[in-house]
Design a protein around this ligand. Structure first.
Ligand code: URA
Length: 286
């Protein structure tokens, strides 16, 4: 009986320990309460499991006709200043004003017709944040919410990214947030190689102007593109430092993936602690 009691006590201590670690990590990512029922089904959000989309290397046939490449009208969101976004406890404030050079580049992106996505998007999503950010996040492509608002990471994945940024004691206005693609692929499908090739120059120009000290690549497609490693998976790449034109790059899981696989948040937290510490080191050298 004594032995059984001892085993049970050990087991429950183990469970309590694991639960405590999990709650601490959730708290660090800004999650203050646990869901008690399933959220309502969303329309327009990412549908295909991220991992499944990652393995689909073959280009998916385009479901739309090519846009008239020559036509170029500025997207509607470009005209009005971005408003704050609120979901639950998370508020995404209006973004800081861009430097003049980035504004000029944004105009180019907003009238870009280098690929057919320029004809199907509602708004181009240039990216936003501090024009001299030490830390730059690079995601995959705008989704439904981003396309509607013309701002990066403002849907559910954006809410989690905002919490991740806050967990390392920064704010969205301190960092720069951009994507590989500036226009939403229909149905949030994985960016096709020709779209990535057409858009790559915009991202490279952004990085050249911002000159971040550290880049965090969010998810497989961003990491593969940025690091030119088309055959490497995010699970292998995350957690170690890579380089883009001499800038240290930390790949980590995409927030949309983490929303579907919360058990993997602990790995993202490890990566973000790495990013935070390296950024501190760089800033102390100044
Ligand atoms: N997912 C991305 O990769 N980028 C966004 O801007 C939003 C969701």
């Amino acid at each position: 009986v004594e032995k059984t009691n001892e085993n049970a006590a050990g087991e429950s201590a183990k469970i309590r320990g694991a639960l405590k670690a999990r709650l601490e990590m959730e708290q660090m990512l800004g999650i203050e309460s646990l869901p008690t029922k399933l959220p309502p089904k969303r329309t327009g959000e990412r549908k295909a499991p991220f991992a499944a989309r990652q393995t689909a290397n073959a280009p998916i046939p385009s479901p739309f006709k090519p846009a008239p490449y020559a036509a170029s009208k500025p997207s509607p969101a470009a005209k009005k200043p971005a408003a704050p976004v609120r979901t639950g406890n998370t508020v995404i404030g209006a973004p800081p004003e861009l430097s003049d050079e980035l504004k000029t580049l944004r105009e180019k992106v907003e009238t870009c017709r280098k690929c057919p996505l320029g004809g199907t998007r509602k708004n181009a999503v240039f990216g936003e944040g501090n024009s001299k950010a030490g830390l730059m996040f690079v995601g995959e492509a705008p989704g439904y919410h981003e396309d509607v608002q013309g701002r990066p990471f403002v849907g559910p994945a954006g809410m989690l990214l905002t919490k991740i940024i806050e967990a390392i004691k920064l704010e969205r206005k301190d960092v720069f947030i951009a994507n590989i693609l500036k226009c939403r692929p229909p149905e949030n499908r994985t960016p096709q190689p020709d779209e990535v090739a057409a858009c790559r120059g915009h991202l490279e120009a952004q990085i050249d102007l911002i000159k971040p000290k550290i880049i965090c690549a969010l998810g497989g497609p961003a990491a593969k593109t940025l690091l030119n490693k088309p055959n490497e998976g995010i699970t292998k790449m995350r957690g170690t430092w890579h380089e883009y034109k001499g800038i240290p790059v930390m790949p980590t899981f995409h927030p949309a993936y983490l929303l579907r696989n919360p058990a993997d948040k602990k790995y993202c937290w490890e990566d973000m602690q790495n990013v935070r510490d390296r950024l501190k080191g760089v800033e102390n050298q100044k």
